[in-house]
Design a protein. Structure first.
Length: 74
């Protein structure tokens, strides 16, 4: 039986993911928190996120579903 995580989550991975989101100018996530709100306590928020990911206690909320209107065929 194999135990453990397939890929350890490092602080560098969380930092790089944050930079990608920040660089893309993305808005609030499914939790409704904006980047500006996140950045008010960024160091602590990034640490908490890394800690929860690394300990496998982070469970993201369900995705937001949005219908995209298309012209022509349904």
């Amino acid at each position: 039986m194999i135990t453990g995580k397939p890929l350890p989550i490092t602080k560098r991975m969380v930092w790089n993911a944050y930079k990608q989101v920040r660089g893309n100018g993305k808005g609030a996530g499914v939790d409704g928190q904006s980047l500006a709100e996140f950045e008010q306590d960024m160091e602590n928020n990034l640490y908490k996120l890394w800690n929860r990911l690394a300990s496998e206690s982070y469970f993201p909320p369900a995705e937001r579903r949005m219908e995209i209107p298309k012209s022509g065929s349904g």
